[in-house]
Design a protein around this ligand. Structure first.
Ligand code: KIV
Ligand code: ZN
Length: 516
């Protein structure tokens, strides 16, 4: 594919996606998502904002360490300390990109930066030159470009190309743009900037007016060749352009777009489920591409049409984005090799033999309770195993819950805290409430429950329930996950997972509004 034909997909789920309130991710979770994005063949993975915190620095380094087929990118404000930190975090990457940015709209320059346009240009040029000390692959973003003046954008972009930037990003930071205007902006800048042919134009659209994908596609029609987007459209406020929608629009309408992506679209649904599970942000059923109803045909007329000829009502094939029928893949008698091989085919690997053994033993337990084990069960089981390895301080040893008509539900829980076993008992409005109260009677986390959600992983009453719990303490948020055929146990696991995360001390700054 020539450069003009390729649309570069830059995924920022791990950076802008994580800026969604409540969507914080641990280092291990970022690594898991990073590997899934690599398998999806995303071109650039923005792994975080390394200067934000020690945790973010380590997460970016860890992603740079394991992801080898995608470029790994770190965000940096146009400041020496940010750029040096990003350069350091990306040291291990096969292919590293530094993404530096400064605001260019009159409102941001005057009120946020308190800088003159001349100073902004000077700082941007300096930042790009500094970033080039670490890598040839430097992206410059004009924050709030959607509300910036075209003359100033042309001036600053020309200067940063001369300084060594190879990607120019045009963010609609506040989701203000309209598709025809945004496309026109890209078109005019490409015509007016004398050295425009030396860089790739990129767009980064927010969804405040529900136009992030439309604006991104309009930019692509006008020559943008990189789109910044996120899985499930996760992101600050109303989110970013949704990766799956952009990718499938370009793929489904080759008559409209003269470019293609190199993504393996069959990995889209798996990525969507992983991100939803880790962040606790459910995917709405009617969400394009990845919603549970996206390919379901409820009405009789539609069903009849689809049966006669799929194209009557379907413009894409469900299997092309990774929707598959639940398939029975393993059972009680499957051995370790079959288990390992099936997981490998799902792109799941283990760090150590110990981790594989722990997952295999869970698989055997599950096979005792559940006759047929599907791919989705295996994925949840691995999530659970990996999640548990994070549960360093608090571990679930045993849980007994009594729930009876006319009686108040009652729970008894045994936890191991830093290796010491403790028993907690409590009553509650329901069995889950009683279990959470029993856990709290031991851990006294002082957190507030913000979200509790249960999904069945496959169909049938013997299906595993997958639970997400979101806890908040002093402004900090942690999401916990747990899966089990018994949803009260899955709930307790999820609660304990969130408690473990909130016990970890973390300080983190926001790239656009926070001080570092
Ligand atoms: O929305 C935005 O402007 C950003 C920049 C940091 C690219 O996220
Ligand atoms: Zn953004």
């Amino acid at each position: 594919m020539s450069q003009a034909d390729q649309l570069i997909i830059f995924d920022t789920t791990l950076r802008d996606g994580e800026q969604s309130p409540g969507a914080s991710m641990t280092k291990d979770e970022k690594v898991r998502i990073g590997k899934a994005l690599e398998k999806l063949r995303v071109d650039v993975i923005e792994a975080g904002f390394p200067i934000a915190s020690q945790g973010d620095f380590e997460a970016v380094s860890a992603v740079a360490n394991v992801v080898k087929d995608s470029t790994v990118c770190g965000l940096a404000r146009a400041l020496d300390k940010d750029i040096d930190c990003a350069g350091e975090a990306l040291k291990a990457a096969n292919s590293a990109r530094i993404h530096t940015f400064i605001a260019t709209s009159p409102i941001h320059m005057q009120h946020k930066l308190r800088m003159t346009p001349d100073q902004v240009v000077e700082q941007a040029v300096h930042a790009v030159k500094r970033a080039r000390r670490y890598t040839d692959n430097v992206e410059f973003s004009a924050e709030d470009a959607g509300r910036s003046e075209i003359d100033f954008l042309c001036r600053i972009f020309e200067a940063v190309i001369d300084a060594g930037a190879s990607t120019l990003n045009v963010p609609d930071t506040v989701g203000y743009a309209m598709p025809h205007q945004f496309g026109d902006l890209i078109h005019r800048m490409r015509e007016r900037i004398p050295n425009a042919d030396k860089a790739i134009f990129s767009v980064h659209c927010h969804n405040d007016l529900g136009l992030a994908v439309a604006n991104s596609l309009s930019a692509v029609s006008n020559g943008a060749r990189q789109v910044e987007c996120t899985i499930n459209g996760l992101g600050e406020r109303a989110g970013n352009a949704s990766l799956e929608e952009v990718v499938m629009a370009v793929r489904t309408r080759p008559d409209t777009f003269s470019c293609q992506t190199r993504l393996d679209s069959t990995q889209i649904v798996a990525c969507s489920k992983l991100v939803s599970n880790i962040t606790g942000f459910p995917v709405q059923p009617n969400k394009a591409i990845v919603g549970a109803n996206a390919f379901a045909h409820e009405s009789g007329i539609h069903q009849d049409g689809v049966l006669k000829s799929r194209e009557t009502y379907e413009i894409m094939r469900a299997e092309d984005v990774g929707w598959s029928q639940n398939r029975m893949v393993l059972g009680k008698h499957s051995g370790r090799n079959a288990f390992r091989t099936r997981l490998e085919s799902l792109g799941i690997s283990f760090e150590s033999e110990e981790e594989l053994n722990a997952a295999f033993s869970r698989f055997k337990d599950l096979a005792d309770k559940k006759h047929e084990i599907f791919d989705e069960d295996l994925q949840a089981l691995v999530t659970d195993t990996k999640t548990e390895s994070f549960n360093e301080r608090v571990k679930l040893i045993a849980l007994k819950v009594c729930s009876e008509t006319g009686e108040t539900p009652h729970a008894e829980v045994t936890l191991s805290i830093d290796g010491e076993e403790e028993l907690g008992v409590a009553s509650g409005g329901g069995p889950v409430d009683a279990a959470f109260k029993a856990i709290e009677s031991i851990v006294n986390s002082g957190t507030e429950l913000q979200l509790y959600s249960v999904n069945n992983i496959t169909s049938g009453t013997d299906a595993q329930g997958e639970v997400t719990v979101r806890l908040e303490k002093g402004g900090r948020i942690a999401n916990g996950q747990g899966a089990d055929t018994d949803i009260v146990i899955a709930s307790a696991k999820a609660y304990i997972n969130a408690v473990n995360k909130i016990l970890e001390p973390v300080e983190k700054a926001h790239p656009q509004t926070g001080d570092v």
